[in-house]
Design a binder for this molecule. Sequence first.
Ligand code: FAD
Ligand code: UQ1
Length: 448
Amino acid sequence: MACSALRTVVLSTRPLLQFRAGTVGALHFSTTAPAEAEKKHYKLCIVGGGSAGIANGSKFGRKLGAGNVCIVEPSEVHYYQPMWTLVGGGVKNFTQSGKATADVMPQTVDWIKARAEEFSPDDNLVRCSDGTQITYDYLIVAMGLQLSFEKIKGLPEAFQYDGVGSNFSPKYVEKTFRAIQNFKGGNAIFTFPNTPIKCAGAPQKIMYLAEDYWARNKIRDKANISYNTALPVVFGVKKYAEILAALCQKRNLKINYRHNLVEVIPDKKEAVFEHLDTGEKVTFPYDMIHITPPMGPLEVLKKSPLADAVGWVDVDKQTLQHVRYPNVFSTGDCSSLPTSKTAAAVAAQCGILYNNLSAIMDSQKPPKKYDGYTSCPLVTSKGKCILAEFDYDLQPLETFPVDQGKERRTMWHLKANVMPEIYWTGLLKGRWAGPGFYRKAMRLGMGK
Ligand code: FAD
Ligand code: UQ1
């Protein structure tokens, strides 16, 4: 499954062992540090080659030229994670969601194929798992976040059983659709944890796709479907929350608020939740369960001087510049930016970061302010989608001159067919900074 699919992705693309500068060290040395560490210096070091790292690498690689920018990224495969909602829902294949990292790495950037293991920002130094020590003039931290399935008792072992899946992991996303296909009736449970997560709409999108699949396959009336969320609301933005709560009621999808998954007992097919207001434990039998794991900052960042009190990279919410280290910026899921963590947010941040870091490089003040723009295409069935877009104040910031709170087929096409193209050929190439420009143009300068 995941492994063979992954192999297909890797084999079908450009050879991985290209001897471009930056890969050589990784190929010659194993994960144990060599006696004499290899030292490299870059004008700009980017740590993390996910959505944010590659997008910023493309922009700054073009600006600064070959040999001046590196990306530290251990993974051979780059995933378009937003597609996993549609993979779990049986609409797309897993192989469509990944490309070899070598194929998305900007040509002007040196790829250091290793993990960053230690940050010493007072010395402008990053130590890597292959022993490389990178010094830099400027640093962008774009390392994503940590999934912590193991914080739920019984996981990850329960994934060995049928009926248990998670769209959040490349290892388990295909299990979600198998569980949906094999479900013949009974209790179907979808969870949302008691932590910030990436794409806060994803835990319910898969419920809507599953319900739609069962309705099409004439087993809907045999299914008791519940959304057990640690939150007190179904979505953080009032406008969309009201619409989604009404939709759940209409489709008989039961929402259990303040219910946090603490244990899965797969041989009994039971899920144990803690009620976060009363502390009471409640056990629900399940026939299928989709799990959204607790998430948080990576350990390597938590222990670094770059971290805030929780472990996110401590940046100014408007400029994206580190609050203590002016030559350090952060973007995406690992940053402390208090907005919903999405690729759409990464895109909007990309334009801000480029302008602000460029200004810092020229000894100017950062000119641009990020408004917290983020977006969540809330797929409500196969063929329908509500396109939520909002800012730091949780106020809608919609691009199109229609009410985006309505379920629309056009928004489904945007999510399923247009966004992947925008991602691979726009965002990752440093040519997509979100829809802000178009939104303002359509509003002819009126409003936000
Ligand atoms: P990532 O893309 O996760 O990249 C982080 C990178 O850092 C990875 O490549 C990782 O290998 C690397 N890394 C980790 N540790 C180290 C280390 N020690 N050293 C060096 N590198 C390291 N967003 C949307 O906008 N719309 C959607 O519809 C949407 N749907 C989603 C559905 C699902 C199921 C999921 C899982 C996500 C979804 N997202 C969506 C969220 C989106 O994918 C993320 O917010 C986005 O990928 C964040 O980009 P990033 O670069 O911060 O992190
Ligand atoms: C977006 O910019 C983006 O980043 C590439 C996404 O990630 C895949 C999105 O899901 C969305 C919705 C946007 C916003 C784009 C438009 C056209 C509203």
